[in-house]
Design a protein around this ligand. Structure first.
Ligand code: NAP
Length: 198
């Protein structure tokens, strides 16, 4: 039965860098929940990672844009990067809701990130703005969560941004872990080659 409201997935993450696991997660959740669109929303700064350097927001945003080229169901939103400062999901969802007031929002993120949802800013209000969807890597489970949520297992999620950064640093191949345009962008801008932590 067709849904009365447009259904938009909001895939929030640091995306440092975006990889095929994220794209597979977007695609799996879109199919499982019959979403019309999935927006990739790179954070400006993640509240639990303020002590860790990530690639510049502009680079992470550019790589997300390259990654969604050719897939009509995927798009990128710069609401968090344009707002700047620490990214709180409350602001992400409030801004996206203002842009599409008639849509139903589904906030999708890694289940390990979701496991700390109760610590997020205004956690109770968050669940009135969107449904929360956790994507798990194979073999990973989620500790008990008080907040309502849905879990979707994504086989291709075995790849991680940490592993991609480590590979770049050690000269190992990333060609089939990230979209080709993203691999080219990383090489062109010499990202992750230095001593960044992981
Ligand atoms: P993270 O701690 O880097 O991610 C935790 C795990 O989830 C990692 O294994 C990560 O894998 C995976 N992951 C993250 N985003 C994913 C995605 N969209 N799809 C699939 N796997 C994903 O978390 P983060 O990326 O910085 O933040 C996740 C989201 O939670 C962001 O939108 C952030 O704004 C939100 N958040 C909000 C608050 C708050 O409002 N207070 C606090 C924390 C997080 P990779 O490393 O491979 O990506």
């Amino acid at each position: 039965m067709p849904h009365s409201q447009r259904r938009i997935g909001v895939l929030g993450g640091t995306f440092d860098p975006i990889h095929h696991g994220h794209l597979a997660a977007a695609s799996e959740v879109a199919a499982a929940l019959d979403l019309d669109q999935v927006l990739l929303v790179p954070v400006h700064s993640q509240p639990f990672k303020l002590d860790r350097l990530a690639a510049a927001p502009e680079h992470r945003l550019a790589m997300c844009r390259l990654a969604v080229e050719g897939d009509d169901r995927l798009d990128v939103s710069d609401v968090d990067i344009a707002r700047g400062g620490v990214t709180y999901t409350l602001d992400t969802l409030t801004d996206l809701h203002a842009q599409a007031p008639d849509a139903e929002l589904f906030f999708i993120t890694g289940s390990d990130a979701l496991a700390r949802l109760h610590e997020w800013k205004d956690a109770e209000r968050l669940t009135s703005l969107a449904r929360f969807i956790g994507v798990t890597r194979p073999g990973h489970s989620l500790p008990d969560l008080d907040m309502p949520h849905t879990l979707v297992e994504v086989p291709a999620m075995a790849v991680s941004s940490t592993d991609v950064r480590r590979r770049v640093r050690t000269g190992a191949p990333i060609r089939y872990l990230v979209p080709r345009a993203v691999a080219d962008y990383i090489a062109k801008h010499d990202l992750y080659a230095g001593g960044m932590d992981d």
